[in-house]
Design a binder for this molecule. Sequence first.
Ligand SMILES: Cc1cc2nc3c(=O)[nH]c(=O)nc-3n(C[C@H](O)[C@H](O)[C@H](O)COP(=O)(O)OP(=O)(O)OC[C@H]3O[C@@H](n4cnc5c(N)ncnc54)[C@H](O)[C@@H]3O)c2cc1C
Length: 428
Amino acid sequence: MSEWRNWSGQTSCAPALVARPRTEDELAFTLRRSAGRTVRPIGSSHSFTELCVTDGVQIDIAELRHVISVDEQDRMRVQAGITLHELNRQLLRHGLALPNLGDIDTQTLAGAAATGTHGTGLGFGNISQTIVSVRIMAADGTVHEITGGDELRAARISLGALGVVTEFTLQCVPSFRLYRRQSVHDLDSVLADLPALLADTDHLELYLFPHTRRVLLLQSTRTDESPWPRHPVKHWVERDLVENGALGALMWTAGRVPAAAPRISQLVAALAGSNESQDESAAVFASPRKVKFTEMEYSLPLANAGEAIETALATIERNRHRVAFPLEVRFTQADDALLAPAYGRESVYLAVHQTIHGQWEPYFRDLEPILIGLGGRPHWGKRHTLTADQLSERYPEWQTFQDVRARLDPAGMFSGGYLSRLLGPVRP
Ligand SMILES: Cc1cc2nc3c(=O)[nH]c(=O)nc-3n(C[C@H](O)[C@H](O)[C@H](O)COP(=O)(O)OP(=O)(O)OC[C@H]3O[C@@H](n4cnc5c(N)ncnc54)[C@H](O)[C@@H]3O)c2cc1C
């Protein structure tokens, strides 16, 4: 029995067995031998919650990570255990890219899709919205090729509750570059200009510095122009030393000495400056995250962006939370996956972070009801306290997902524990 821990190190378990199948036959063998036990597929373990926790069987498909084919319609068939980093590399070799990405690339494709991992850009979807087919192995070892209908809309964001995904077909786009401009502004002017900023920017992201009225804007615009040459030393100084090293030290201090957090946030806001870069899309979207933190993120109707931001910042002050980590605000188009947090609506995502040594519980506990009250649906891979009863009210096609779940996993092999809290029991 070996101990498993997630990326932040705050969630752990001791599964009876960790299987690392290299082929579908090995996977089928493991599943058939696991009858009667709880089975949880795992990716790169970057989720902040207990999605992968079990004392039964964990299935890690990191060995299933190869590109299978690329067709003339820019569709890539790929094994589900590939990391986003490797996927982006392979796509670029074929002159392709994913249309949008989150801010890191160390997750597996299967893990990122399963929780609805998203980036930013009101005209763009999350990673799972590029999926046009899914190959999934059910509890009895049978393989299902899912190419459309309710089953595809369930399998795109599945929380690993339907079976083990082994392959995806992705609708990709021709590779493109991004021009990114970083600049610091006053919050009031950003909120007043938000509709125009969203209309003018392909990928808009806001970092709000708590205990200040300052905002760091990241504006990324798609371009066909060439990448700018990157000075390796300058790049290392900016990304590794300043963004991760110096910021890491400041956040670490804020976690250990909460009273210093407001000053640290003000200092970071004062130091944040303007910057420009231009590179291949994946290199701009994703960057390393070396500071360990924990996170809660909710998707809200776009119209509630301003109220959510103002209320969150006011609550931090009123309840005297000591927070140095910026709040992150992103935007996405609507999604039709049955369990998509952005289901049926253009969305703003508001994320709050705290260092792993910091006091995240009272902070997240105070903000969560505000986000729920504004129509929020939680990110499936991040901290929240909602249970099946509350979640079912937020998802108009909840029962359709449950019907697919009951068809593919009638005995509930992929449920139990945290999954049962989220989804309730399987009712065949
Ligand atoms: C530093 C950091 C930055 C992040 N940035 C972003 C971001 O920008 N945007 C965003 O939306 N999220 C972000 N996240 C959250 C992260 O993308 C999600 O939690 C994602 O699910 C993690 O992928 P993973 O490969 O680590 O999967 P895991 O966390 O290991 O698993 C996630 C889910 O996928 C399921 N799963 C894994 N493999 C399979 C399979 N083969 N078949 C079926 N189900 C499977 C698991 O059962 C589980 O339910 C971030 C997390 C961290 C730690």
